[in-house]
Design a protein around this ligand. Sequence first.
Ligand code: PLP
Length: 394
Amino acid sequence: MSSNGNPSAQVKLPIYLDNHATTPLDPRVLEAMLPFLTSKFGNAASNSHAFGWEAAAAVETARRQIATAIGASPQEIVFTSGATESDNLAIIGVADAYRERGDHIITAVTEHKAILDSCRHLEKRGCRITYLHVSQDGLIDLDELKAAFSGRTILVSIMAANNETGVIQPIEEIGSLCRERGVLFHSDAVQALGKLPLDVRHANLDLASLTAHKLYGPKGCGALYVRNDPAVRLEPMIHGGGHEHGMRSGTLNVPGIVGFGKACEIAQKDMPEESCRTAGLRNRLRDRLLAALDQVVINGSMEHRLPGNLNMSFLNVEGETLLTGLHDVALSSGSACSSGKTHASHVLKGLGLSDEAAGSAIRFGIGRFNAEAEIDYVAERVIDLVKNLREVSV
Ligand code: PLP
C-alpha cells in the first residue's frame, strides 16, 4: 500500500491499466492449468496410453469451451501460438489456397500489424491489397467497402474491435456483404472475445483470430476459427505431424489450451456483469478527466467502443512525457517505438490525427481486476500531471 494521502492510501501501486496489451492470469484459469503443468503432462497426440488420452480429453474440452464462446463447432477451432500466427495463417493461408480464384484482399488502415504486415508480404508476392480508410470515429465506410470488391477479391479482413481505440466495426454488415459476393470474411476478434457477444454464424464469419492472453488466459496460446460448412481451404504455414487437421502441425500446448478454454468459459458467464462494470469505470475516468481538463479529445467513436477502453489526446502534452511522469500507472501512449525511432500510431493517424495529436494520446485499458479507487487515483494523477506539464511549457 502506498503511504501518501488519499486516494492513493486505498490502492496498491503500481496500477495496471494496460489491459489491451495483455491481461493478468485469472486465478481460476491458473488452477485449471496447474495439473497440466505437473502430473498431467501427456502429449495430446500420444494415443497409446492414458497420459495421452487424458491430455487429448482436456484439449477437446477446451476446444468445446472456445467454440461455444463464439457460436462455432469444436472441429472449427485450430490451435495456434497466438493471434499473430492466426492472422498470418488466415491471410497467407487463404491467399495461397485460393490463388486460382483471385489475388485481391481488402483490409483497413487501422488493422493490427499482424494483418498489415501479412498483407505487405503478399503484395511483394504480387497480390493486390485495398486498405480501406476509416472516418474520424474509426469506423470503415460500407460504401467504400462495396466499391472495393472486384471479380478477383478472395478475402476481406476487418477486425471486430481495435486494440488502440476500442472501436467496434459493424462485422455483421461486413459479413453479409462478403457472403452475398461469395468472398471469404476474416476478422481479428482478439480484443472483442470475452468483451462483446460474438457469434460467427450470425456475423457470416469464415475465419476469426483469437488469443488467450487478452481475456485473462495464458500467453502463447491462440486459435483460428475456420468455418467447415461451407469449408474454408487454408494452405498451412507450419508443416510437420499433421496436427489440427493438417492446418497447423506441432505438439499442442496442453496447459495453455486448457487455460484458454477456462478463460472463455469464465468470460462467457461473466460478460454481461463485467462489461457493465468496466464501462462504468471507464465512464467515471472519462468524466473526471473531461471535467478537470480542457484541450482533451476522445479518439474514436464513444458509441461503438469496447467497454474498458478510453483513448484520449491531451493536447500540448507529449504522451511519452506523461507516461514517464505516471511511473506508478501502467498505460500505453499513441506512439510506438521501432528501430530506436518513435512513430505516431498508424491507428490514430488513420483516424486523421496529426502527429502532435497522436503523440499526445494515452490509451487507458480497464479490466476485470481494476477497482474504483484505482480509477480515482489515476484520474487525479493524470489531471495534476497534465496541468503541471502545460504550465511548464507556457
Ligand atoms: N491482434 C490484435 C487486435 C491484438 O491486440 C494483438 C495483441 O497485441 C494481436 C493481434 C496479437 O496477438 P498475440 O499477442 O497473441 O500474438
